[in-house]
Design a protein around this ligand. Structure first.
Ligand SMILES: *[C@@H]1O[C@H](CO)[C@@H](O)[C@H](O)[C@H]1NC(C)=O
Ligand SMILES: *[C@@H]1O[C@H](CO)[C@@H](O)[C@H](O)[C@H]1NC(C)=O
Ligand SMILES: *[C@@H]1O[C@H](CO)[C@@H](O)[C@H](O)[C@H]1NC(C)=O
Length: 428
């Protein structure tokens, strides 16, 4: 009797210990090393359905305050119709079977291979691959997506729309920690998404965006190394869960990181924050039009952002990074980095002299380094010149894009240009 109780106790303990081991394997013990976990975190404000457009702009957009809007798109056709069979049947109505851009790794690193394929092909294979559609909503699906009621303002719709993106995968995607230089409403139509957000007005300087060229951080979102990113240990986070039908407003420049769960589709709309600040609020509908869909509206692309001086200033400030300064070599690379492989040395020399002139304009004390104080001193006239240069560079790059198609992959950089970049990257 005595023995069997002991045996029983022993068994219990062993079982208990075993269970504990199993559960630590099952739900990784490093849950707390995930980006945004194991640190103070809060919830954001939440309302049911879409916020009224005028109030939304005044109380959330103008003040850069995030907002979760639950079950806001449950009456959108995309919410009820977008099963795989329906999506596939719609590809039959596509005149030119839209090609879409597909990322090939679910854990984003911004260096992964990106493929172009027919939407119908993606549909057949996405469940068995890491493929992640990141592309504007295909033409034949746009009429299914109700334009978010909270931004149904004629003025905004006519002038400020930048881009829409459909995010589609079998779930398990993880984005990098990043910011966007636009306002964003994202709505989930299938599955769940989790957002970790950081208020830049409080913590911008603690989050090291060590890839300013893409406004993102190289931190491993599954295993944050707080010795490399000590600022991340000292800040507060917001956690937001969205399920199908829910939408989230992510304000301009808010730092965020996104995970998806289960078969997953979301659509987001980006608009120009700066120009929406001057919006005519009387052009906002008080009565939402559920029949206004993506088919009826025009997006102008990120190129149009350069049109706003504030956006130009933003972009250059972003290049300074957490160290708040940059030398010319780094500056040059941030602006031309991705394009360099497609340029010949004459073109590079050309852009170099244009860019150097612009850098020199901002470098007031002519010490070869541009810092935040110097940017603060730049006048509107200076910014107009910077804007002009960026537009010029944009046009030049558009010009070479035609040739780019001819090249298959990056050709070797000229040796002298390679030398130019050696040893300079991490000097600052
Ligand atoms: C992919 O998986 C989802 C969820 O399990 C399922 O609903 C869908 O029908 C699958 N699609 C294909 C094309 O197999
Ligand atoms: C989000 O969902 C997860 C999984 O269900 C849950 O553990 C977590 O507490 C939720 N977070 C918020 C902020 O609701
Ligand atoms: C770019 O221009 C600067 C200033 O004229 C010069 O010092 C530098 O060597 C040039 N670099 C390239 C790659 O041409």
């Amino acid at each position: 009797m005595y023995n069997s109780v002991l045996t029983y106790l022993f068994l219990c303990l062993t079982l208990f210990e075993l269970l504990e081991i199993v559960s630590t394997i099952d739900s990784p013990a490093d849950e707390s090393t995930k980006f945004g976990y194991g640190k103070p975190h809060h919830l954001i404000e939440e309302i049911h359905g879409f916020a009224d457009a005028k109030q939304f702009l005044q109380n959330y957009v103008f003040t850069l305050t995030p907002l979760k809007m639950t079950k806001a798109v449950t009456s959108s056709r995309a919410y009820s119709l977008w099963g795989d069979d329906y999506l596939d049947s719609m590809t039959q109505h596509s005149p030119d079977n839209d090609k879409i851009t597909v990322e090939t790794i679910k854990k984003e690193n911004r260096r992964e291979e990106v493929l172009e394929m027919d939407f119908s092909k993606f549909l057949k294979i996405y469940n068995g691959t890491e493929y992640y559609m990141v592309n504007s909503v295909p033409s034949f699906l746009r009429k299914d997506v109700t334009f978010p009621c909270s931004i149904q303002c004629e003025d905004l719709i006519r002038n400020d729309l930048v881009e829409d993106v459909m995010w589609f995968s079998s779930g398990g995607t993880k984005s990098v920690v990043h910011t966007d230089s636009v306002d964003n409403i994202i709505c989930v139509y299938r599955g769940e998404k989790t957002f970790i957000m950081i208020d830049p007005s409080l913590y911008k300087d603690q989050v090291d965006m060590d890839h300013p060229e893409g406004a993102y951080s190289g931190v491993d979102v599954d295993n944050v190394d707080y010795t490399v990113y000590p600022g991340l240990a000292e800040i507060e986070y917001y956690h937001v869960n969205l399920s199908a039908g829910d939408c989230l407003f992510i304000p301009y420049k808010w730092i965020h990181q996104v995970r998806s769960y289960n078969s997953n589709i979301a659509v987001n709309i980006w608009w120009n924050h700066h120009s929406s600040l001057n919006l005519d609020l009387t052009s906002c509908t008080s009565e939402c039009d559920p029949d206004l869909t993506l088919e009826e509206v025009q997006f102008h692309g990120f190129g149009d952002l350069i049109g706003s001086l504030a956006a130009v200033r933003d972009q250059i400030e972003g290049f300074l990074g957490i160290r708040k300064k940059t030398d010319y070599t780094r500056f040059f690379q941030l602006i031309l980095g991705g394009e360099l492989q497609f340029l010949d040395s004459a073109e590079i020399k050309d852009m170099n002299s244009t860019l150097f002139e612009m850098f020199d304009l901002l470098d007031r004390d002519k010490n070869g380094i541009v810092n935040m104080e110097e940017l603060k001193m730049a006048t509107d006239e200076d910014w107009k010149k910077v804007q002009h240069t960026l537009q010029e560079i944009d046009n030049l790059l558009d010009g070479v894009e035609g040739e780019v198609e001819e090249l298959d992959g990056g050709e070797e950089l000229d040796d002298d240009i390679n030398d130019f970049f050696t040893n300079t990257r991490d000097e600052l």
